[in-house]
Design a protein around this ligand. Structure first.
Ligand SMILES: Nc1nc2c(ncn2[C@@H]2O[C@H](COP(=O)(O)OP(=O)(O)OP(=O)(O)O)[C@@H](O)[C@H]2O)c(=O)[nH]1
Ligand SMILES: O=P(O)(O)OC[C@H]1O[C@H](OP(=O)(O)OP(=O)(O)O)[C@H](O)[C@@H]1O
Ligand SMILES: O=c1cc[nH]c(=O)[nH]1
Length: 478
């Protein structure tokens, strides 16, 4: 994975326009001509890598073909582990029937790691073409593979090497009955009369079955998903494709940080963002739409708290099996902008205790804690930390550190936020990998004044009316 420091990502243009939507007719508009560089984000755009392992003739190819077919609108490449078989030496060629094609050492794993690492980092690669008749991997020309959104690596032993496994976003094991695999293999290998059944069975008992027991089956434990019956299992494949689509639709940072949640974007949400980001929006509209967005973020954040099962009897006398909210919570707002989120939290959680933290900005690089008042029993509670803007991450880190010093486990903190800059997300997620962050949009970056871009300016000034709004134009409605 390409790890860049937050500082390395600071190169962004300061003049940025927000690409919004007209709600009537849903026409996309690009308001400005000068777009910011997206190189900072592109660094983190990584393809989704799926590993498909399983015994010989288990149906891996069928599973891959079906996934590729269903992901027809995505750029998908299929890489086969067979392409990485070592060349056979003259000696080995003379006694090919004694060569173990099913052992991990039959593959050039170093080359496989290099190629997959490049593909994962969106670089084009040359993949060897293997000649199954001549047992050579130097067929000319090699296969040129360009970067794609999804890469599928298929083969009997693709889970064997930990470096290859570490690159995978999803690991699928195709689990097919041994009898079915053997009969398929016999049919396949004798189909064109190229081999007789004795030779096929001999290879099976000498190499294929032992390798399955010693290397392939033990690698099943690494799988995220085990598909019984291979390509015949349409339900499993539909579910896998749905999951891949969700992941592809997510912001790339969500793939890096599993505890980061961006609420699902709708035109309604984009419309509200368009209004609060518009420098021409008047204060009362700004407050109205910011409040609506905040309410959505708060409701979403509450969904990440633990629940217990609860059954109730409905007026029809039927049983409804539901859940009961976690009761031990509190809010903590970062003064002053965080206070704008308190009403939404109170509206959702009656009588909730809300603590406060004031962090004074000293220059633009450092933060200094100047005031805190938190519930005495905060360490027993789940904490909803409120601040609408995550910029450099300095304020959030300061506030989270204080809450942890008060005895709250990191995993009991949920940071609720409207707009996040990638720099702040990297800083907070790396420092506190177990806290959850819920945000409504991730922006492009920060400008030289550490303001989020495109952003929405100074949230506190716009929400509380301490900016100069003489010039603002008339109110508009959604
Ligand atoms: N005899 C022989 N077998 C080979 C050679 N190269 C690979 N194999 C066999 O090919 C098998 C790996 O391919 P499979 O997993 O069966 O291929 P596949 O088509 O992807 O399998 P499924 O799609 O799961 O049916 C190993 O079990 C090897 O024994 C070769 O040159 N000669
Ligand atoms: O991630 P950072 O770079 O630390 O920036 C984020 C901080 O900036 C904003 O507050 P601001 O300092 O503008 O004060 P205000 O809430 O009083 O307007 C925001 O509410 C955060 O607290
Ligand atoms: O863009 C920014 C950054 C910090 N605080 C804000 O209110 N806006």
């Amino acid at each position: 994975m390409n790890t860049k420091s937050a500082e390395d990502l600071m190169e962004c243009s300061s003049e940025v326009h927000y690409s919004g939507f007209h709600m009537d007719g849903i026409e996309q508009r690009n308001v400005g001509t000068e777009q910011p560089t997206t190189s900072a984000i592109d660094e983190y755009k990584q393809p989704f890598l799926i590993g498909v392992a399983g015994g010989s003739a288990s149906g891996k190819t069928a599973v891959c073909d079906m996934i590729i077919q269903q992901l027809h609108d995505q750029r998908v490449v299929l890489v086969n582990q067979d392409s990485f078989y070592h060349n056979l030496t003259e000696e080995e060629l003379k006694r090919v029937q004694d060569y173990n094609f099913d052992h991990p050492e039959a593959f050039d794993t170093e080359r496989l790691v290099t190629v997959m690492d490049k593909l994962k980092n969106s670089q084009a690669v040359d993949i060897p073409k293997y000649d199954f008749k001549g047992y050579k991997n130097n067929v000319f020309p090699a296969r040129r593979v360009n970067p794609a959104d999804v890469i599928i690596l298929e083969g009997i032993l693709v889970f064997h090497d930990p470096r290859v496994r570490a690159l995978m976003n999803m690991k699928i094991f195709v689990d097919t009955d041994a009898d079915v695999r053997l009969s398929r293999r016999i049919k396949r290998d004798t189909a064109d009369n190229s081999r007789n059944i004795e030779a096929v069975l001999d290879q099976y008992s000498k190499f294929v079955k032992p390798a399955f027991d010693d290397f392939i089956l033990p690698s099943k434990k690494y799988a995220d998903i085990i598909i019984p019956r291979g390509g015949d299992n349409h339900v499993a494949i539909d579910l896998i494709v749905q999951h891949i689509r969700t992941k592809l639709g997510q912001h790339d940072l969500c793939k890096i940080y599993p505890n980061l949640y961006v609420i699902q974007s709708t035109f309604q949400i984009r419309g509200m963002h368009t209004l609060i980001r518009d420098s021409q929006t008047k204060k009362h509209d700004f407050v109205f739409y910011a409040d609506r967005l905040i309410r959505l973020v708060v409701e979403h954040g509450l969904g990440h708290l633990p629940f217990t099962e609860k059954q109730v009897i409905t007026p029809t006398g039927s049983v409804y099996s539901g859940v009961d909210f976690c009761k031990r919570l509190c809010g903590v707002s970062i003064i002053r902008s965080g206070e704008s989120m308190e009403n939404a939290l109170r509206a959702c959680c009656k009588g909730i205790k809300i603590g406060k933290i004031l962090i004074h900005r000293e220059g633009d690089n450092g933060q200094q804690l100047v005031y805190e008042k938190l519930p005495n029993d905060i360490s027993d509670r789940h904490v909803l930390l409120l601040d609408p803007i995550l910029g450099t991450g300095n304020s959030a880190v300061e506030a989270i550190s204080l809450i942890i010093r008060k005895g709250v486990p990191e995993s009991n903190i949920i940071f609720l936020n409207l707009i996040s800059a990638p720099q702040g997300l990297h800083m907070v997620c790396k420092r506190f990998p177990r806290i959850k962050i819920v945000t409504s949009e991730i922006d492009i970056g920060l400008n030289e004044d550490f303001r989020v871009i495109p952003g929405m300016g100074e949230f506190g000034d716009r929400y509380f009316g301490t900016d100069d709004d003489d010039e603002l134009v008339e109110s508009r409605s959604l």
